[in-house]
Design a protein around this ligand. Structure first.
Ligand code: MN
Length: 263
């Protein structure tokens, strides 16, 4: 096991490009030593994100098509499939079953199928997946269309049931947890039910709120403390496990965190 003394936290789901000053966010993550998966919401945003982040050992761009945008941007699925050939981090993708997106739901399923299939064809892909009010379909599609040896799925801000969480864990999924999920009993019970070796941290910054301000990647440090309290263990124990989990997931996508620690 490596301790990765250089890294103080991991944000597996952050919208760096939707902050007012993305370059400043990247520089701040480097100063704070926070490793970040920077999700994007349309494949057209990937080239700009990649150019901002390609030199950063900490911040890594993912290519995505947000399910809430599939209704208007479904033509971009072709571009997304192509980019999945070049980029091993994929997100934000998935399904949104909220009433306001019901008109696009069948199209969302087609798009997510193609994302899973492209990831499966290429192999070594890590997906950060939105599943609001659609956990059952998301998990069924992961089971049907991908193999955990080739596609590592992270369920981001998961809000399904305990039995859905168990089924997803059995299918090989990881779960990225933010502070908002730990604010209520239901979220804490859900997190506690998930195998500890499948837990990661995230912020969904800048959208999730911390009090009245927008979240930022360094907020994952506080989430480590909250998880340690939930588990009744020291923050060091929690951080050691989160580091192992995070390392495992990033290595699946060819990202070696030991290279950061030795820089
Ligand atoms: Mn998001």
């Amino acid at each position: 096991m490596s301790t990765n003394k250089g890294i103080v936290g991991f944000d597996f789901h952050c919208h760096v490009d939707l902050h007012a000053d993305p370059v400043a966010v990247i520089e701040q993550c480097e100063r704070d030593r926070i490793a970040v998966v920077a999700v994007t919401t349309t494949p057209k945003a990937w080239a700009q994100n990649h150019s901002w982040m390609k030199a950063s050992p900490y911040v890594h761009a993912a290519v995505g098509l947000h399910p809430e945008l599939v209704g208007k941007r479904h033509a971009e699925i072709v571009m997304l499939e192509q980019l999945i050939g070049d980029c091993r981090l994929v997100g934000e993708v998935g399904l949104d079953g909220s009433p306001q997106h019901s008109a696009s739901y069948e199209m969302q399923k087609k798009a997510f199928s193609r994302v899973l299939e492209a990831s499966q064809r290429n192999g070594g892909r890590v997906l950060t997946i939105h599943s609001r009010r659609a956990a059952r379909d998301v998990i069924a599609m992961i089971e049907e269309r991908s193999d955990p040896a080739k596609v590592l799925c992270i369920l981001h801000w998961f809000s399904g049931s305990l039995s859905e969480a168990r089924r997803a864990a059995d299918a090989g999924c990881f779960f990225s947890v933010n502070s908002a999920m730990l604010k209520h009993d239901r979220g804490r019970a859900l997190v506690q039910s998930i195998p500890k070796d499948r837990i990661l941290t995230e912020t969904d910054a800048p959208f999730a709120k911390i009090g009245s301000r927008n979240s930022e990647p360094r907020d994952v440090v506080h989430t480590i403390t909250e998880l340690a309290e939930l588990y009744g263990e020291s923050a060091t124990q929690t951080m050691t496990r989160l580091t192992n989990n995070s390392q495992c997931v990033l290595l699946f996508a060819g990202i070696d965190l030991n290279k950061i620690a030795s820089n």
